[in-house]
Ligand binder design. Sequence first.
Ligand code: CAA
Length: 376
Amino acid sequence: MSTIDPRPSVGITSIGLSLPSLALPLSELAKLRGEDPGKYLYGLGCCEMALCAGDEGVVELATTAAERALARWSGDLQDIGLIAVGTESALDMSRPLSAWVADRLGLRGAVRSYEVKHACYGGTLALKQAAEWQLAGASGGKAALVIAADVALYAPLDPGEPTQGAGAVAMIIEGSLTQRPAVATIDPTSHAWSEPAFDFWRPVGEEFPRVDGPFSLDCYKRGAEHCLTQWIGERTAVDALAELEALCFHVPFPKMVKKAVLHCAEAFGLEESEASDLFSQKVDPTMDWNRHCGNAYTASLWIAVASALAGMTEGCRIAAFSYGSGFGAELLTLTAGSQAAEGPWVDDIETDFARRQTIDAANYELLRGLQMAQTA
Ligand code: CAA
């Protein structure tokens, strides 16, 4: 007797992105810090960092991304039954960031509203919870609004300073027994790995994170290898990877991703040329937007996923590796939906890139001075 899978097809039915209004070319930061620009441009793989102006912050980024996702969605606010914000730029130890965003959106009533924290992994966890809420049949036919939003700043002169950035990605998550999600279906099975570690953390009351750079790279590589190994299972790595049109990563900075890819390729026994092709064909192109906005923590992976999905033929598959210091990691797989080929969310990025103001080293110093004075 054949069985029918009663589970809905769950996934992303709309995406909105938002970047702040200022950009600093890394060549300007290099000038300020007395570094060769090649270190930032080629050594780290970063071109520009996105920075918030004095009147912008994580709430504005998250709200704009959500408004854009809602504007290109067929439903309206009354159809949202859950709002979850993944962030490590929380404004309060108790009040969730989702309350600020819901307030701006005018979202209230029969809605579950909360914040998720696990360093850069928080947005993915919020998305997984929303997808599982749909799969469990607990949504009552409503949609979830998931937002990954962060402003990533290090102390001036910190070695992490060239990897700063900011941005937000909002995604509407729905389930249906009859239709595939328009943007991407999220496979219910994913592959997680966690190990308690102090690789990057921000003690309560401290404004900037502390990071053990080399250790965080080790943890990130280990997380990627374990998650990919589970996903590959009994197959060969070559066969499994051939299934994918793109392999997206959390992007602290593009060189870190390259190191993890080469590490995994070696662990899986790929030839050097296979490893290099894997990176250049399936990973590097997904980081085009990241290179121009820097590390947006929880949003970084989803910026890469949004970039990879845009222009993709329906039915193509991608994998998304999420990493959060502390540390937790998870590999998700997704299938492009009918709207991916058109990729309307590209407008958000093109709009924000076109209208943002490029600042120089002197204005960056002024901005950091002002921002530090405001938060002191
Ligand atoms: N031209 C080209 N390349 C050059 C160069 C030049 N003139 N000068 C230096 N380089 C290269 C170096 O060779 C090096 O490349 P390799 O790593 O391939 O050898 C690269 O530039 C960087 O140089 P250094 O290692 O000397 O740089 P540094 O000591 O100043 O470290 C850093 C910079 C790598 C960014 C380090 O600060 C770091 O690791 N930072 C944090 C990493 C991080 O973001 N961790 C968290 C990850 S997860 C996350 O996002 C957090 C979360 O969950 C919230």
